[in-house]
Ligand binder design. Structure first.
Ligand code: G1P
Length: 297
């Protein structure tokens, strides 16, 4: 079982300016909790106990969210707001949250490397802090699915999803070899290739389980695309040396660091929220009608 995870959350969130000028993108709200809560929740449901949050300057709100807020909890207790108090207590007790500062924004690969001293020799998961995965049928989440596959193959295994031609250059792309059920053997990876150079349409959605050997590769990875130390380049190097797998998954994925992805995640999760779903369904039906009638041109 994978017990440790790294959640990189140090990015500047430029796709979400001006909101992210003062609020970390991982703290933007989906229904009634920040994006990062859903990512940590996924890790915890997958059996992960120690979570290393990689943060940059101006991101202390993230660690405060998982910390005790004494005055607030005291007030809720005195006011008899037990339900809210229980929710807050649960959040701060979900996992051991270890916060590590990435001092310079040198890239995703560098962010993951910042977690090495906490992870040590254990295999570990990486969950990108702005991607939200929503299981459709309440089945195992993506990290759980990867963790299980890691147990089966005893080698690094990362999630992949098929993307359209026009989206290939936004993602890390896997060069896959053979397929059995949902598992591919991987020959290599390319970060954000041009369509003509892409080895496949199998893209990395931001969920990974690695053997700790990835750290050696990360140490030797030079800056790549966008001048950043790319995790994908280190994965490529590791895949050339040892077995490396990619797995498809069952879940909806929302890139909540992107405006449209963020809005979709809010709509979908409110449709799954007991308090909100009826009102939301009615509202969507009403909107659909107004659209049909020609409004919002
Ligand atoms: C990062 C990774 C990329 C991956 C993507 C998923 O890119 O470098 O390989 O496909 O996340 O969202 P970013 O979105 O940070 O540019």
């Amino acid at each position: 079982m994978i017990k440790k995870a790294i959640i990189p959350a140090a990015g500047l969130g430029t796709r979400f300016l001006p909101a992210t000028k003062t609020v970390p993108k991982e703290m933007l709200t989906i229904v009634d909790a920040p994006i990062i809560f859903y990512v940590v929740e996924e890790a915890v449901k997958a059996g992960i106990e120690d979570i290393v949050l990689i943060q940059g300057r101006g991101k202390t709100a993230i660690e405060d969210f998982f910390d005790l807020s004494y005055e607030l909890e005291d007030k809720l207790a005195k006011d008899g707001k037990t339900h809210l108090l229980e929710r807050l207590t649960k959040i701060r007790s979900m996992a051991n949250i270890i916060s590590v500062r990435q001092k310079q924004p040198l890239g995703l690969g560098h962010a993951v490397l910042c977690g090495q001293s906490v992870i040590g020799k254990s295999p570990f998961a990486v969950l990108l802090g702005d991607e939200i995965m929503v299981s459709r049928d309440g089945g195992p989440n993506v990290t759980e699915q990867l963790s299980k596959k890691f147990d089966d193959v005893q080698a690094s295994v990362v999630a992949v999803m098929k993307v359209r031609d026009e989206d290939v250059s936004k993602y890390g792309i896997a060069d896959v070899e053979e397929k059995s059920d949902s598992l591919f053997k991987v020959k290599g990876f390319v970060e954000k290739p041009k369509l003509a150079d892409a080895p496949s349409r199998w893209a990395l959605p931001g969920r990974y389980v690695f053997s700790s050997d990835i750290f050696e590769e990360l140490k030797n990875t030079k800056s790549g695309v966008l001048g950043e130390i790319q995790l994908t380049d280190s994965m490529n190097m590791l895949a050339k040396k040892q077995n490396f797998y990619a797995s498809t998954f069952t879940s909806d994925r929302h890139d909540a660091g992107d405006k449209f992805g963020y809005l979709k995640a809010n709509v979908e999760l409110s449709l799954r929220n007991l308090e909100l779903k009826n009102e939301m369904k009615n509202y969507i039906q009403e909107l659909a009608l107004r659209l049909q009638q020609g409004e919002f041109k």
